[in-house]
Design a protein around this ligand. Sequence first.
Ligand SMILES: C[S@@+](CC[C@H](N)C(=O)[O-])C[C@H]1O[C@@H](n2cnc3c(N)ncnc32)[C@H](O)[C@@H]1O
Length: 279
Amino acid sequence: MKSSGEEFSREAYDTIVGLVYSRSRICVGVGKQVLLANRLRSRLRELGISSFDAYCALLKSGRNQAEVDVLVDLVTTNHTQFFREPDHFRYLTDRWLVDAAPELERTGTPLKVWSAACSSGEEPYTLSIVLAEFLRAYPKVDWQITASDISARMVDRARAGIYATGALNQVPEALLKAYFEEGIGSYAGSCRMVELLRSRVQVERINLFQSAYPVGLGYQIIFCRNALIYFDEPSRLEAVQRLTRHLARGGLLVIGYSESLTGLNHGLVSLQQGIYQRP
Ligand SMILES: C[S@@+](CC[C@H](N)C(=O)[O-])C[C@H]1O[C@@H](n2cnc3c(N)ncnc32)[C@H](O)[C@@H]1O
């Protein structure tokens, strides 16, 4: 196989981009042949297929819905980090939890948080650290985090909760000591989230555009950061509206720093950059 995107026929490129869009609403866009070829080449090798035209024939054969999932999985961009875009976590501790925690404790209401495009888990586990720390002062507040992503590979990694030590630079030393266990033997060089926090994070495979979300209603906080950016405007609005239905009144939807809901008829109140409230 050639080593550049030139190996795509026009038809194969359009077919693959179309299948990715219809399954995930991810817009690959025009002129991304090299990127796409780089992401898919090893899959073709695994399948023993020598051209993207032949891969398209397999994808379109109708017997291969599972292969469309693999395709989407390989096309997703999964960059993430512990304490990424830290203003959002600061808002939770310095503004939201200060008011909400005493009320949750007084009323016995459980705190439900959802990280709805969680990649390999750094975001929901950051949330778990932030909540565990803050709620030490409110031990009667029960809390649970749902974490989800369309990518089966990422869901597996999030469930495992194992991270290379080098990926933990953003985690303050005291929190590293409190909430990560150093790996030994074949796990040397990596750390695992402690069971105490893993047990608080329920990881599910959820496509933001599947027919119904297999999670409950009444979340006080939903993070959906750095995923909307891959969708077109109608899809962004659809995802936001559907996620909003799972928010409690007064609950927060948090999107990424470089994302915007400007121009969308979403009905949420903007509180600060990337943080919206369901009225
Ligand atoms: C760049 S990561 C963001 C991870 C994390 N939220 C953060 O901000 O660090 C984007 C994630 O969105 C997921 N994603 C893309 N399309 C999706 C869809 N239709 N449904 C659910 N997740 C999706 C990708 O698999 C990827 O893991």
